[in-house]
Design a protein around this ligand. Structure first.
Ligand SMILES: Cc1cc2nc3c(=O)[nH]c(=O)nc-3n(C[C@H](O)[C@H](O)[C@H](O)COP(=O)(O)OP(=O)(O)OC[C@H]3O[C@@H](n4cnc5c(N)ncnc54)[C@H](O)[C@@H]3O)c2cc1C
Length: 381
């Protein structure tokens, strides 16, 4: 790797993906410099809100199962390395029609990859999870005992901490204003000064296309909502209401989990309908209106009755979306100076550590441990 004045590699954007890339690069001895426009674990991008669901039975692409398996090993490694609790292995259950995309898709992924899951009938689900509204004949549940919840803000801080301990330099509250090719390297511009590096990894999440124009991405504003039980809160704690996704016939799908750090139960929609709004990332409206929660509130009676109709808390987040709903990870146009990772499509947190490892492999010119051809940005370019 060419030795350049400021660092061999810059990572721009230290959300979940960039923090993991920084950790993986630094731990391989690469001179790496990380830039983050806000503070670590901030609430303005995609990696905040207290919890993210982790499961291996990935429905979105068969190639994601090995990535999730590798990511889990790395989450555990990060916990051991930093001594921080990041991953709660409380299990998860995917429910709905046996031929639907959630329960059916999970079961297919589990069978194809020989994953340890348990299949439950509608009757068994009703007995185990009485907080859920009645299940329909033909509904099944796919219980994944090794799934759980990750704490996103703590995870970002832990990965950056591990990177700093391995000699990464970290600049927070530093906005990169431009990334420009310069000979066999790159100039990273910030308001205070320019930095010259050999390669740049751009993990700017919803802002990725502002730094690397021409990628087929759109940014989606998404509210995260928490509801408080209207009556007895005991059935709605995490140990009794584990993380779930539930498809409601043709009426959409709801996800959530019981309360753990307080009385609130996190509940949201897989596809937020009018609550999901495409927006330029810098213009994202962080004010909350009833439009942000009426769709999820309207489905609670047939999914998880017993909640107050109005959320006790709502936080706005964003994620970036590609036309085929798969990630963008790799070198656009094969440029040896530039690696991008984005297009998380609302399901990328669990894979952050595996993606960080893959980004380090790409930077170092090595094949990625988990094949990521399906995420190659050049499929669109
Ligand atoms: C509400 C919500 C719920 C989700 N639930 C799940 C779930 O349950 N399970 C799951 O696996 N996934 C889930 N996801 C997806 C997951 O959270 C994302 O895939 C993941 O957080 C993406 O991280 P990221 O690093 O790509 O983006 P971000 O976390 O947004 O990080 C990008 C970073 O780049 C920084 N940045 C941007 N521009 C610049 C610049 N010019 N200079 C310097 N820094 C810059 C930003 O400040 C930000 O910190 C969810 C997403 C959302 C929004």
């Amino acid at each position: 790797m060419t030795r350049t004045p400021d660092a061999d590699v810059a990572v721009v954007g230290l959300g979940a993906w960039g923090a993991s890339a920084l950790w993986q690069l630094a731990s391989r001895g690469v001179r790496v410099l990380g830039f983050e426009r806000y503070g670590l674990g901030h609430p303005f991008g995609a990696s905040h809100g207290g919890t993210r669901m982790f499961r291996v039975t990935c429905l979105e692409h068969p190639g994601l199962v090995p990535l999730a398996q590798r990511s889990r090993q790395l989450w555990q490694q990060l916990e051991t390395l930093t001594g921080r609790a990041l991953f709660d292995q409380v299990g998860a259950v995917l429910m709905g029609p046996a031929d639907g995309h959630i329960a059916g898709g999970s079961l297919r992924a589990a069978r194809e990859h020989d994953l340890p899951v348990e299949t439950l009938t509608a009757g068994e689900l009703s007995r185990w999870l009485p907080q859920h509204a009645a299940f329909q004949d033909g509904d099944i549940g796919v219980r994944e005992p090794e799934a759980g919840l990750i704490r996103p803000e703590a995870a970002v801080r832990a990965a950056v901490g591990a990177a700093a301990a391995a000699a990464a330099r970290v600049l927070t509250d530093t906005r990169v204003t431009a990334i420009e090719p310069a000979g066999d390297g790159v100039v990273v511009r910030t308001p205070a000064r320019d930095f010259r590096v050999g390669q740049v990894v751009v993990t700017a999440g919803p802002w990725l296309d502002t730094l690397v124009p021409g990628l087929p991405l759109e940014t989606v504003r998404v509210p995260q909502t928490w509801f408080r039980p209207a009556g007895d809160p005991a059935p709605f704690t995490l140990d009794r209401l584990p993380p779930f996704m539930r498809e409601l016939g043709g009426r959409g799908a709801i996800w959530g989990h019981g309360s753990h750090d307080g009385p609130d139960v996190k509940l949201g929609l897989e596809d937020g309908g009018s609550a999901f709004r495409v927006t330029p990332a810098d213009d994202c409206d962080r004010g909350v209106t009833p439009e942000d929660w009426t769709a999820v509130s309207g489905l609670l009676a047939e999914a998880v009755p017993g909640m107050g109709a109005v959320p006790s808390r709502t936080e706005v987040g964003m994620f970036s979306r590609t036309p085929d709903k798969q990630f963008l990870i790799g070198r656009p146009h094969g440029d040896p100076r530039l690696v991008v990772a984005g297009g998380c499509n609302f399901h990328g947190f669990k894979h952050s550590t595996g993606i960080g490892e893959a980004l380090a492999d790409i930077v170092l010119g090595r094949p990625t441990g988990c094949p990521l051809d399906f995420a190659d940005p050049n499929r669109f370019l």
